[in-house]
Design a binder for this molecule. Structure first.
Ligand code: MN
Length: 154
């Protein structure tokens, strides 16, 4: 199970419109990308895993084609309810700024190791197989896999 301790600690739910939510007992398979106009505009990439949304902040638009690698900084787990959140986080609060849903859909977990998630995304923009690869600590790479790479001999 994931944990929402950090998520709760950073927010004041009487001030921020963000959902409090809770860790889900049932498995689910949603993914979402939220465009977040905080101090620095970034894209929050989230996949439902072990009852929470595993989350990464991607400083640039996530790639829609293979061949582009984006740095993705892992952030605190978010509640699954967050996948539907859009709105304005008030000035002075954690993550202050506008949150929009940039893409959303279901996903399929193809492979999970300590260092990587391989997922198939069924979004409106992001479709196909994507890899999240852990470089070091909270630094990951997010990229789209080439269509035929599954069948290639190494
Ligand atoms: Mn964010």
């Amino acid at each position: 199970m994931g944990s929402l301790q950090q998520y709760y600690k950073k927010r004041k739910f009487n001030i921020s419109p963000e959902p409090k939510g809770n860790v889900k007992k049932k498995a689910g398979n949603v993914f979402v990308v939220q465009k977040h106009a905080a101090g620095n505009l970034h894209y929050d990439f989230r996949i439902e895993f072990q009852g929470v949304l595993k989350s990464w902040a991607v400083p640039k638009q996530p790639p829609l084609k293979a061949g582009i690698k984006r740095l993705a900084i892992q952030t605190e787990d978010h509640p699954v309810e967050y996948a539907s959140f859009k709105g304005m986080i008030p000035k002075g609060e954690y993550g202050a700024g506008k949150v929009e849903i940039w893409d959303k859909g279901e996903y399929k977990l193809l492979k999970k190791t300590k260092k990587a998630y391989v997922v198939e995304l069924f979004g409106k923009k992001m479709k196909g197989i994507y890899v999240l690869f852990n470089l070091k600590d909270k630094s990951w790479f997010l990229f789209k896999r080439k269509k035929d790479s599954k069948n290639k001999k190494h």
